[in-house]
Design a protein around this ligand. Structure first.
Ligand code: FES
Length: 174
């Protein structure tokens, strides 16, 4: 007796779950949520990296700065959709793999440049960007930073940046 052979079921490819691949502090991540989510919410709410602070919806005062491909950028102002393939460094990523502080972090401590600390992550990130561009930043260079400090630490921050520049030059020679 002839057997009925049902037509083979059509194979429907399973949709590959798309996402946004990026690196944060040297680790690889895939964001599969809302592409319009600001980077700040991804850092704070998804990864629990809460060093980067909310600084108003336009990033006023710079407490929300992170490095994106080495450039200081507002984490509230950049949506995840713009970060595919990018390298993000937050304040948590400044220390080395063994937890030794970056010379800039140490300089902030040595110069007592931290009051309540809310603005400090943003200052550190903006200063990193500055020191990457200017090995020996002038007062004028430092004045270009967008950061604000309600605790009045600006003078000590300036001293810390100069101290860090000297330490980094010394480290480069060693
Ligand atoms: S240390 Fe408090 S706002 Fe700067």
């Amino acid at each position: 007796m002839a057997q009925d052979h049902a037509a083979p079921a059509q194979i429907t490819p399973v949709a590959v779950r798309s996402g946004i691949d990026l690196q944060i502090n040297g680790e690889s991540y895939r964001h599969t949520g809302d592409p319009q989510m600001p980077l700040l919410w991804y850092l704070r709410d998804v990864l629990q990296l809460d060093g980067t602070k909310y600084a108003g919806e336009h990033g006023e005062g710079g407490a929300d700065l992170v490095l994106v491909n080495g450039k200081a950028s507002s984490a509230i102002g950049v949506p995840m959709s713009k970060l595919s393939g990018k390298k993000v460094v937050t304040v948590e990523g400044l220390a080395d793999a063994k937890g030794a502080l970056h010379p800039l972090q140490q300089a902030f401590i040595d110069e007592d440049a931290i009051g309540c600390g809310y603005c400090t992550p943003g200052w550190l990130i903006a200063s990193m960007d500055l020191l990457n561009r200017h090995k020996d930043p002038s007062d004028g260079d430092i004045n270009t930073l967008p950061n604000l400090c309600r605790c009045g630490c600006q003078t000590r921050v300036r001293a810390a940046i100069k101290r860090a520049a000297a330490a980094m030059k010394q480290g480069a020679k060693a």
